[in-house]
Design a protein around this ligand. Sequence first.
Ligand code: FPP
Length: 253
Amino acid sequence: MNLLEQIKDNKIPKHIAIIMDGNGRWAKKQGMARIFGHRNALTSVREAVIGASEVGTKAVTLYAFSTENWNRPKLEVDALMTLLTQSLKKEVPEFQKNGVKVNAIGRLTDLPKNAYQTLNNVIDATKNNTKITLTFSLSYGSREEITNCVKKIAEQVTQGSLAIEAIDETTIQQHLYTYNLPDVDLMIRTSGEQRISNYLLWQIAYAELYFTNTLWPDFRREDLYKAIYEYQNRERRFGKTSEQLEGEHEQTI
Ligand code: FPP
C-alpha cells in the first residue's frame, strides 16, 4: 500500500504551514549560486500545494520571505523578488485550473512596487477559487504581526469602539494577518533545522511540528504525505488526557 492510501480521510490537517528551508545548501551542493536553489524550489511549491489539495487540506501557508530576509545580499533579495513576481504571473492558469485562491500575509507594502502590484492582481484574479487557499508570507515576522495587531486593537480602545474587558482571544485572532485562516494543524520545516524562526507563533499554539532533513528543492508530494501520515498517528490532546479523548471518541461513534 502506498503512503497516500494509508492517509485517513477523517483526520486531514485543515491548515499546513511550511518553512521552506535549504535552498542555498541545495545549490551549494551542486556548486551553483544560491538563486539556483530558489529557482528549483518552485517545483516543490507546486508539489506541496497540489499534494495537499488532493488529500483535502484547505489551506497551505508558505514562509517565502521573512522580515529578516531583507538583510541578505541585495543581489539575492532582488533575484527572489523577481522570481516571486515572474512565477506568480506565470502560475495564474494553474491556480485557476486547480481552484487555488492566492492570499498573502506580512508587511506587504515593503515589497517592490512591481511585486506588490502583481501579488494584488493574482489575489484578485483567484479570489473566487475555493479548493485550497495558498498563502505567501512575504516580509513576514510573527512578532511584527503581533505588534501590528496590538496597535490596531489599542486604536479601537482609544477611539472608544472597543472596551478593554471585551478583548479576548478571538479579538487577537481577528486582528492578525491570518484573520481569515484556521489555526495551523501541522507545521513542516525542511533541511534539518529544528526552529520556528519567528513564524506564526500565535497560530501554531496546538500545531504538530514536523522536521525533515530533506532540502526544500528536493521536497515532493511523497514527503508531504509522510508528514501527514505522521501527523495522523500522533495524539493531539489539546491539554486533555488520553482517557478523556477516548471517551469523546466513543461518544461520536
Ligand atoms: C530558505 O532557504 C528559503 C528562502 C529564504 C526563500 C524561499 C523562496 C522560495 C521557495 C522561492 C521563491 C518563492 C516563491 C513563493 C515564488 P535558504 O536560502 O535559507 O537556504 P539555506 O538555509 O540552505 O541557505
